[in-house]
Design a binder for this molecule. Structure first.
Ligand SMILES: [Zn+2]
Length: 443
């Protein structure tokens, strides 16, 4: 028997932490942080005292006490006994923080296995922010590699998701194959990746399928397009914009969306002005032969927006040749599509877009009705006369797609994860286990 314990991703979207044990082998699938992490105790300037490592998180039951997982440093001052590492590895499915962010607590000697592309994205993230995932023994893989541990063999296969280098895992144990989907979709720019994964999974006739269910919900409230639709609708917005500016915002590591807006700019004779962070990520990923991206420095359709700062981070200097400022954007509104993240909306003060310019919100619609950020965003848009368009392709399969996939794979046991209504999985397979947080079960 293999044992599975879920320490996150139970009855919620994100926060995945799955412990898989067979014989002496113990691995974690993902090490994420929940989206609403700590929101019942922390707000505004009231937060956890990170200088005390896990002390506040343990006291408030926000992080599970797992022997042999955490670093000496994070346990100091918690009163919880330090133990030598007791895990063979942590396998990351992709870079999103709801799958990776608790790595910062993990013991540096526990190997962290991740896709080559995921490591590149992580390095770019760390370079361009104050965030830090901690010191680790990183071991990178590509699709088709097999990672042999004591009693099990882990086979990562690429899937399509809203970030490059996303993987599902096929885990070969003595008792049979266990599959973990990570996050995945079929309507993105690279559905063939997901098809490769699903075809391989089907061959295996898994004893257990741990399947994500972000969009498995009794009601789908948000509008969803395919990546191709986001592109065609955005093109239409830009074509109609005439002399006016088009501004857009999307998730910081959604490289497909970056490519989409780049292609829209090319097709409409405009230039795509990306943030310095986006330029850094595109340049870093450009080195990965598996990911085709335009070269920020050489490509004539790309420019880099540089904010006026007192001091510039050294990595921004790489883009000096392509740098443009607010004044340039103001003067060339009819020739540009500008990436402007919510936290940089104050740049509008300097850009002064023409009234009736356009804003493409290329992210999920807000999850709650009285979302403060949404209200503030709308105030800025109103103040500067920007017309809003909602155009986004989700990173996840629809409920109907999940149903078909599960039926097709026909696993002995189905285990939902990353889903607010896991009970909706009950009718999808003969045997469904609804996990309880922190309580192990056998498969
Ligand atoms: Zn994700």
């Amino acid at each position: 028997m293999a044992n599975i314990t879920m320490y996150g991703g139970v009855g919620e979207i994100g926060g995945n932490k799955v412990l898989l044990e067979e014989g002496k082998t113990r691995i974690f699938l993902d090490m994420g942080q929940s989206f609403g992490f700590g929101e019942e105790y922390f707000t505004g300037f009231l937060g956890a005292r990170d200088r005390f490592g896990l002390r506040d998180y343990f006291e408030l039951n926000l992080v599970p006490k797992i022997p042999g997982l955490y670093s000496k440093e994070t346990l100091e001052g918690t009163g919880y006994r330090y133990r030598k590492p007791m895990f063979d590895g942590i396998f990351l499915s992709h870079i999103h923080f709801d799958h990776t962010w608790h790595l910062r607590f993990v013991h540096p000697d526990i190997p962290v296995c991740l896709g080559e592309g995921t490591k590149i994205i992580m390095d770019s993230w760390v370079t361009t922010s104050k965030d830090f995932f901690g010191e680790h023994d990183f071991q990178t893989f590509r699709t088709g590699d097999r990672i042999k541990l004591d009693g099990i063999e882990v086979e990562p296969i690429h899937v399509d998701h809203s970030v490059p280098a996303a993987y599902g895992y096929i885990i070969h144990t003595k008792k049979g194959t266990i599959v973990y989907t990570g996050d995945f979709r079929k309507h993105g720019s690279h559905s063939e990746l997901t098809e490769d994964f699903l075809a391989r999974v089907k061959e295996e006739r898994p004893i257990a399928l741990i399947c994500e269910g972000t969009r498995v919900a009794s009601e789908e409230k948000r509008k969803n397009y395919t990546e191709a639709e986001v592109k065609s609708h955005s093109k239409a917005v830009v074509r109609k914009a005439g002399k006016k500016l088009v501004v857009t915002t999307f998730y910081p590591r959604d490289v497909d969306r970056m490519r989409t807006f780049y292609e829209v700019a090319k097709a409409t004779g405009r230039k795509f002005v990306v943030s310095a962070k986006t330029a850094h990520l595109l340049t870093a990923l450009g080195k990965d032969p598996g990911i085709k991206l335009p070269d920020v420095i050489r490509n004539k359709h790309l420019l880099v927006y540089v904010r006026e700062l007192k001091r510039y981070p050294s990595w921004e200097k790489d883009f000096e040749k392509k740098a443009v400022n607010a004044e340039y954007v103001h003067k060339n509104q009819d020739k540009l599509i500008l990436q402007l993240d919510f936290f940089h909306f104050n740049e509008l003060v300097d850009i002064q877009p023409k009234k009736g310019s356009h804003f493409i919100h290329s992210k999920s619609e807000p999850f709650v009705e009285d979302d403060i950020e949404e209200e503030v965003k709308n105030n800025w848009l109103d103040r500067f006369g920007l017309k809003q368009h909602q155009l986004h392709a989700s990173g996840h399969c629809s409920m109907e797609e999940i149903k078909t996939i599960v039926k097709d794979i026909d696993p002995k046991v189905l285990i939902p994860i990353h889903c607010e209504e896991p009970e909706l999985f009950k009718s999808m397979a003969k045997k469904v286990i609804l996990p309880i947080l922190g309580k192990g079960f056998e498969v």
